[in-house]
Design a protein around this ligand. Sequence first.
Ligand code: LLP
Length: 439
Amino acid sequence: MYFHGTTKINEKGHLEIGGIDTIDLAQQFGTPLYVYDVELIRKRARGFKKTFDKLNVPAQVAYASKAFSTVAMVQLAKEEGLSLDVVSGGELYTALCAEFPPEKIHFHGNNKSVEEINMALDANIGCFVVDNFYELDLLAELCAAKKVKANILIRVTPGIEAHTHDYILTGQEDSKFGFDLQNGQAETALKQGMKSEWLNVLGIHCHIGSQIFETTGFILAAQKIFEKLAQWRDEHQYNPQVLNLGGGFGIRYTNEDEPLEPHQYVEKIIAEVKTQADIFKMTMPEIWIEPGRSLVGDAGTTLYKIGSRKEVPNVRNYLAVDGGMSDNIRPSLYQAKYEAVLANRPLEQAEETVSIAGKCCESGDMLIWDLPLPKTTNQDLLAVFCTGAYGYSMANNYNRIPRPPVVFVENGEATLVVKRESYQDLVRLDLPLNSSVKI
Ligand code: LLP
């Protein structure tokens, strides 16, 4: 079993994270429970950031907050000197509540609304990553109305297919995101942006996919973009200040995954951008990246209580936990794989292979297939590793299951950063058919 960050087995033989026994965490905060190893998040953030600093390359490392957006997490990103990506009014609101420096907020999204754009303009955010012609027109119009100028990055699709799950590919030509680099749309967008007195085209953005284990895709993307940049410099006298190569750096969910370390991704990216700038005799742009999963993914562990068991003779044994696709939809949605142990006796020899089912009313609500475990009882706790990215952020209330709380652990201290949803919370927005019912 591979343990990430500060996760280890303590003298009681229990799983410990951030210096705290997970059994105590489950007792104090209940289950299911998302536990985040704060030291590991800091380590990952520094892995990206310090590499740029060490090599003296002007850069921004923007945390893609879609991976896990809460006020405390945004505060942590601020503490670590990161910038922040948001993709909606809700993520922006969370960032503003956390008093994140607005000039370091980048606003993404393929269909930003008038209200969202106005909210971002009023907050004076750092830049908009413009996704399509509709947004280009709308943003210029809203800037004109407010008499403010906005910084923009033009999001391009360089036509690279990252080797990853189909559902999370975004860099290929047939994508809902961005302006195509090859068919001329990106150039048209650039010209339009340059012409507008309300827009300042800071640079170019691309994101080629997610859970990527090598650097080839980033290198190819940089090459394709530089070919065009050289052309645009000659034809339109355009010199970008910023090249944003997006996120997508992979993490180790199971031993099938072999990601690079943050510094390895960054070193390769810097080297390629330098090479390309040299080849085309261009000024080196600032390099921006947008890690989401790789900052928070392996820092998150979910604790569940084990409940019912169903044995299908000669077929499979199902073990159900007190959560499921409502707190982690990734196995059902992407066939994502996870590793897990019993938190109260992680060292014990496995005696059988079980499949971990969620409690939602849906056959597809399975968290892990074929997990070797000791014989369990309902006194046991299951710890599922690497649930820190797109777990809480994609959690839902299917079957009106309240979303679990989130606790940050660091140096032997536990801090509750998101409360458990209550049944009252679930009906908070409901209105009765007639006023005889009091909610
Ligand atoms: N930048 C852009 C423009 C993105 O679209 C994304 C992710 C990121 C950065 C961060 O990517 P990361 O470093 O986290 O891979 N729900 C899916 C992942 C969707 C990713 C969407 N975009 C999952 O659970 O795997």
